[in-house]
Design a protein around this ligand. Sequence first.
Ligand code: C2E
Ligand code: MG
Ligand code: MG
Ligand code: MG
Length: 295
Amino acid sequence: QAKKAGRNRFKAFTQAMLERASRLLVLETDLRGAISRGEFFLVYQPIVRLDNAAALHGFEALIRWRHPQNGLISPGEFIPVAEESGLIVDIGLMVLREACQTLMSWRADSPYARELVMSVNLSPRQFSDPTLVEDVKTVLAETGLPPQALKLEITETAIMDNATSAVDKLRRLKSLGMALSIDDFGTGYSSMSSLQQFPLDTLKIDLSFVQRMETGPEGLEIVKAIISLAHSLQLQVIAEGVEREVQRDLLRGLACEYAQGYLYARPLPTQEAWEYMRRSLNRPTSGNDGNNGNG
Ligand code: C2E
Ligand code: MG
Ligand code: MG
Ligand code: MG
């Protein structure tokens, strides 16, 4: 009886594994043609200052995939597949080019946009790609975006997995003039001393820590420790996933410089991001801030 139950469980298990494997295979096949079919698009999430009534600092470009049959697929699902198959290198270049072009066109329409920074994510495979630095240089030259208006977000794991060559690569990127950010900080295993050797400008606190901030004293202490670590290394801090005013107020109290999250806005299609920018331009830079009705 027990043996039979075990066998059935095993069958169900392998069945689930096969289904998963074939789903991934289909996903990979679909991904291959997605660039040329124009199925990807970018959304832009505002990053705001915490010390200054949510004055707009810039945007993070985030990719979306509109699959012809399955509808919208989140990057959490397809980026790992693109990463595994190497397709991420081409997809990532497309993202970089389009994000730079978008900010360039905003800059042409509004002098205010000249102060904004566009952040673009780099996955581990992209970061370790040997032609990355050249490719970034080319995109900047082609689009005309000044490097100071670009920030690259690299995850803690991507940097730590290859710490020695990472230092060199980050230096070369920095020497082009752009800013560098460590993304999802706290989810990997970097130590304080290892962080010190990297030429970074900002540190993004992973949203899981922001969410745990109010669940108990430990949660708050961890965020406090991350922020003071960052500040001691002269890094500015961006908190991800800020959804509520309580979180904003706690972060502001800890001298966190920037926030990003649904409290301010969801990732927005290009036109809406542009409108968000226009609205924050018309808003006084002191007084109350918070939800702009985009949440
Ligand atoms: P990430 O870079 O850490 O991006 C932050 C994620 O948090 C985004 O998810 C964003 O939509 C989400 N988020 C922002 N505010 C809130 C909030 O208040 N609450 C909650 N619950 N979530 C919030 P998204 O867009 O699904 O992207 C997921 C991940 O996929 C990104 O994490 C990034 O690692 C990767 N990704 C997205 N776009 C790209 C891309 O163009 N290139 C690469 N290489 N990776 C990308
Ligand atoms: Mg990011
Ligand atoms: Mg992040
Ligand atoms: Mg994250």
